[in-house]
Design a protein around this ligand. Structure first.
Ligand SMILES: NC(=O)C1=CN([C@@H]2O[C@H](COP(=O)(O)OP(=O)(O)OC[C@H]3O[C@@H](n4cnc5c(N)ncnc54)[C@H](O)[C@@H]3O)[C@@H](O)[C@H]2O)C=CC1
Ligand SMILES: O=C(O)C(=O)COP(=O)(O)O
Length: 598
């Protein structure tokens, strides 16, 4: 994102002054241009992401989900709970589904998105790790992925501690031995935890909870996490150290990082060789973060005394897995999140996220889209709508064959540059720019990807205004460079197509076209006419539209000086016929005009 902040101050923006019934007329002078406007006040609710739909959506729940979550889903949608689907069955079913909910046992591959034929709008991962979802494919298909990141944290941490203590005292092996009729007290002598060093690898939600609990057991806890803040670690008495220091000084190593290309097989031959002889490993993260063959070798050589594993590279692991069968390995079948409490919590968390996303709300737990706090969303809501409409208007002003490659968006705000999150606005401008000229469905998820794929370069610039930052934005400007316009007046003095808009009383308005100030609410559609300013023009156009019952919602004239060239913006509720548009074009003083669909 190219963001340059410059400083400028603006005069007060024009505001409507005379209100009557459903129309308002305003006269104002800014930058020497007069704007006269008539507006019908008709606020409308808008969705941020176009995920909403008219018919009742269908949600496929492909793995067991807590009852409370299923109920929430059923209150809103048709719910198909089909477990243990083969990849082929999933691909077949998915074309009939708007949302899919999975846990860790279902691979949501590129084929799944391709098979959905564009219908799949949300994938909900009822848990944390999203390594089983092809995020790149989801994003390319404009499919939102949400997870349930908090409800199973404690369960996973408790399971980690359970594995740690069970391993140290040989609980599983001793239990099997007693059940086999043996009484092997000297065979199952364990090791103490107090005073031992535990290295927590990945100091996120689960890692932090494990560290807290391990300290309660009297362990010395260190952690490695390249992205964790040191003060959060210090606050619970944990020292953040380098990867090498963590693995080489630990008696116990507990893994809590996500499986990503950079963490894949992070415990490998080379790193096992750096560990203290007799180290013990706990893994409740993902099997793939350990090179399992290397772990078997390390167990056999005694570098690793014991391992306690909840997760495996392939789940379930093969029956003859050397790792699982190893005498010094304690294994559980991916039970980290499996407590009654966590499963109910996760089910509710994911159901709310999926239903919210299907309703068109922005999910707070989106994995492949910006997460914007709800208070910020509320503030930005009208600007989100303004952004999309400015994009739509700007691109429709481009003459055919020009090819849109370079768009500059300017945000004018009295807020500090880091106090305005423009990702949402940029995405909606992109949506507005691309959708009218293609069959691509653009949303917050795939906006940047789609722009890049089409070679559309969007740069952003901030204008920092003086004054009190009550509103997040004063105006948004969209400029398209190096194109011809089908409405020459939309070309600014600097040669780009330029449209500018503001939010007034919660409603997006178009306030500038090229160098002309106008003021027309961005609802319905718009006709822009350039004419020689003279009395009776509004009436002439209004009566042509009135003859075919096209309702005018708003009119505004921006002119350079009285009786010189002016741009008239007319908001209409219905699309005028070609004949009416032709008649408007034939009015003698009309020099050019364009009809724009919002
Ligand atoms: N066994 C189970 O049933 C469960 C397993 N999990 C696994 O645990 C993982 C962690 O979960 P949360 O703590 O909730 O996620 P989180 O996102 O809160 O924490 C992950 C931490 O790992 C850190 N990290 C990333 N790359 C790293 C690297 N190369 N080295 C060290 N740290 C790195 C991140 O900075 C982050 O602080 C999940 O990704 C999931 O795979 C989570 C819940 C249940
Ligand atoms: O939340 C996670 O990352 C987990 O690993 C839990 O997986 P599960 O939902 O129990 O299949």
């Amino acid at each position: 994102m190219a963001a340059a902040a410059s400083s400028t101050s603006l005069k007060a923006s024009p505001s409507p002054t005379i209100a009557s019934w459903m129309r308002q007329r305003s006269l104002s002078t800014t930058f020497g241009v007069t704007a006269i406007s008539f507006r019908r006040v008709e606020p409308r609710g808008r969705h941020f992401v176009v995920l909403s739909m008219d018919a009742k959506p269908t949600i496929l729940v492909a793995e067991k989900l807590g009852e409370a979550g299923v109920k929430l889903l059923k209150d809103f949608a048709n719910v198909d709970c089909s477990y243990n689907l083969s990849p082929e069955e999933l691909c077949t079913k998915i074309s009939l589904c708007d949302a899919l909910i999975v846990r860790s046992g279902t691979k949501v591959s590129r084929e799944v998105f391709e098979s959905s034929g564009g219908r799949l709008k949300v994938v909900g991962r009822a848990g944390v790790g999203i390594d089983n979802v092809d995020l790149a494919a989801a994003t390319e298909h404009g499919c939102l992925v949400v997870n349930a990141p908090t409800a199973n944290t404690v369960a996973a941490a408790e399971h980690g501690i359970a594995l740690l203590t069970a391993m140290a005292r040989n609980i599983a092996q001793a239990d099997a031995s007693v059940k086999a009729g043996k009484w092997e007290r000297s065979k199952y002598v364990g090791v103490s935890l107090v005073g031992k060093t535990l290295a927590v690898m990945g100091f996120g939600k689960v890692g932090t909870e494990v560290a807290r609990r391990a300290k309660g057991l009297g362990m010395h806890v260190i952690a490695h996490d390249p992205y964790a803040p040191a003060d959060r670690a210090r606050a619970i008495g944990v020292e953040l150290v380098s990867f090498d220091e963590a693995i080489s000084s630990a008696d116990f190593i507990s893994l809590h990082m996500p499986l990503t290309p950079s963490t894949s097989k992070i415990l490998n031959d080379e790193n096992f060789a750096k560990m203290k002889k007799g180290v013990r490993i706990i893994n409740v993260a993902r099997g793939g973060v350990i090179d399992e063959e290397a772990l078997v070798k390390a167990l056999e050589s005694g570098i690793v005394a014991q391992a306690a594993l909840d997760v495996f590279t392939v789940e379930p692991p093969p029956k003859d897995s050397k790792l699982v069968q190893h005498v010094n390995v304690t294994a559980t079948p991916h039970l980290g999140a499996s407590t009654m409490e966590a499963q109910e919590g996760v089910a509710i968390e994911i159901a709310e996220a999926v239903v919210g996303a299907l309703k068109g709300e922005l999910a707070a737990t989106a994995v492949n889209a910006p997460m914007v706090p709800s208070e910020v969303l509320t503030e930005l809501k009208p600007f989100v709508s303004l952004a999309e409409k400015l994009g739509r208007l700007a691109v429709q002003l481009v003459a055919g064959g020009s090819g849109v490659k370079s768009v500059k968006v300017t945000y004018a705000s009295a807020r500090a540059p880091d106090d305005l999150d423009t990702r949402l606005l940029r995405a909606m401008i992109t949506k507005g720019l691309i959708e009218p000229i293609s069959s691509v469905f653009v949303n917050l998820v795939n906006a940047d990807f789609t722009a890049k794929q089409r070679g559309l370069r969007i740069t952003e610039e901030r204008i920092v205004l003086d004054g009190s930052p009550e509103s997040p934005l004063e105006f948004i400007q969209v400029q398209i460079a190096n194109v011809e316009s089908k409405f020459a007046s939309a070309i600014s003095d600097s040669g780009e197509i330029k449209v500018e808009g503001r939010v007034k009383d919660g409603i997006p308005h178009l306030t500038k076209v090229g160098s002309f100030e106008v003021d027309v609410s961005l609802e319905g559609s718009i006709i822009l006419c350039r004419q020689v300013d003279q009395p009776g023009m509004i009436g002439k156009v209004g009566s042509i539209l009135g003859e075919e019952n096209v309702n005018v919602s708003f009119m505004s004239v921006g002119r350079i000086a009285p009786r010189k060239q002016a741009v008239m913006a007319i908001g209409v509720d219905e699309e005028p016929s070609k004949q009416s548009l032709k008649r408007i074009g034939e009015i003698s003083s009309v020099e050019e005009f364009v009809y724009l669909n919002l």
